[in-house]
Design a protein around this ligand. Structure first.
Ligand SMILES: NC(=O)c1ccc[n+]([C@@H]2O[C@H](COP(=O)([O-])OP(=O)(O)OC[C@H]3O[C@@H](n4cnc5c(N)ncnc54)[C@H](OP(=O)(O)O)[C@@H]3O)[C@@H](O)[C@H]2O)c1
Length: 267
């Protein structure tokens, strides 16, 4: 999709973190934003910011773990502004814990929000997108490429999101709908990692949140299958990890990732 002007973009997680930056970037290209998250206050702040820059943004407060309610959500979007052209599945949560200390609710909420919600939103919008054309962007993580110690439910959800995107892209070959996945590493300046206040590993570094927003634009405009947003070359290391996961584990330890994860364990 080369021209985003007038396109309707549903952006989940639009109340804080990386989502508002994605919305602003899309709105600057002329897209009409429909922001979804639970916090009305956060959604309103993003909406005001976009309006102040001359863009258009609507907000629909919704709990996206309740996937059975999404028909109503899509109806609300349709009544409010029209059919969705661009779906950005950005809302996500993580939780650090030793595995036996997780609650069942942790497993359910992480999988529901990070994996089932993107699938269900896509399922309900693909019919009209196939007729009109569209693009789905899933915000995954490098944590879906290599398991993260003490945050492995999150890793599983993001690995699922990456592989679902991979299969769906092949389903959609030859249709008017494209799908991309973005895999950021540690993100600075906004978002869940920034809010945790933990320094990124020296050897891995971090990327500015605005880079994720730029990656979303690039994915849509150039129809990219996958974009990794990270300082330094990650693809050769990921390839080596495919050959030997235990070698990958050693690299992850060398980078100091388990130490950082331990600092974030639930007390
Ligand atoms: N930050 C990073 O370092 C990083 C790295 C790699 C990937 N990512 C991915 O980037 C995406 C955005 O993350 P972020 O860092 O911006 O996270 P964040 O700052 O924690 O924001 C998460 C967003 O998701 C929304 N959300 C959470 N639970 C929800 C629910 N039940 N229903 C509806 N919305 C809900 C939040 O809004 P409410 O609380 O108002 O509902 C918020 O808008 C996520 O998918 C994350 O996995 C982030």
């Amino acid at each position: 999709m080369k021209n985003l002007n007038g396109k309707i973009a549903l952006v989940t997680g639009n109340s804080r973190g990386i989502g508002p930056l994605i919305s602003v970037a899309l709105a600057n290209e002329g897209a009409i934003i429909v922001g979804v998250a639970r916090s009305e206050k956060g959604l309103k702040e993003t909406q005001e910011k976009i309006k102040a820059e001359g863009g258009t943004c609507y907000s629909i407060p919704w709990d996206l773990t309740d996937t059975s309610s999404f028909r109503n959500l899509i109806s609300r979007v349709r009544e409010t502004v029209g059919e969705i052209d661009i779906l950005v599945n950005n809302a996500g949560i993580e939780a650090y814990s030793e595995f036996e200390n997780y609650q069942k609710e942790d497993i359910d909420s992480i999988i529901d929000l990070n994996l089932k919600a993107p699938m269900e939103l896509a399922r309900l919008t693909l019919g009209t997108m196939k007729e009109r054309g569209g693009h789905i962007v899933n915000i995954a993580s490098l944590a879906g490429k290599k398991g993260v110690p003490y945050n492995n439910i999150y890793s599983a959800s993001k690995a699922g999101l990456i592989m679902w995107t991979d299969g769906l892209r092949q389903d959609l070959h030859g249709t008017k709908v494209n799908v991309s996945v973005i895999c950021p590493g540690f993100v600075s300046e906004a978002g869940m990692y920034h809010d945790a206040g933990v320094k990124p590993p020296f050897l891995l570094g971090s990327s500015k949140a605005a880079k994720v927003a730029q990656a979303v634009l690039k994915a849509i405009k150039k129809n990219k299958a996958q974009i990794i947003v990270n300082q330094g070359p990650m693809k050769p290391l990921l390839a080596l990890d495919q050959i030997s996961p235990t070698f990958g584990d050693r690299v992850v330890r060398l980078f100091g990732v388990p130490k950082i994860s331990k600092k974030r364990l639930k007390k």
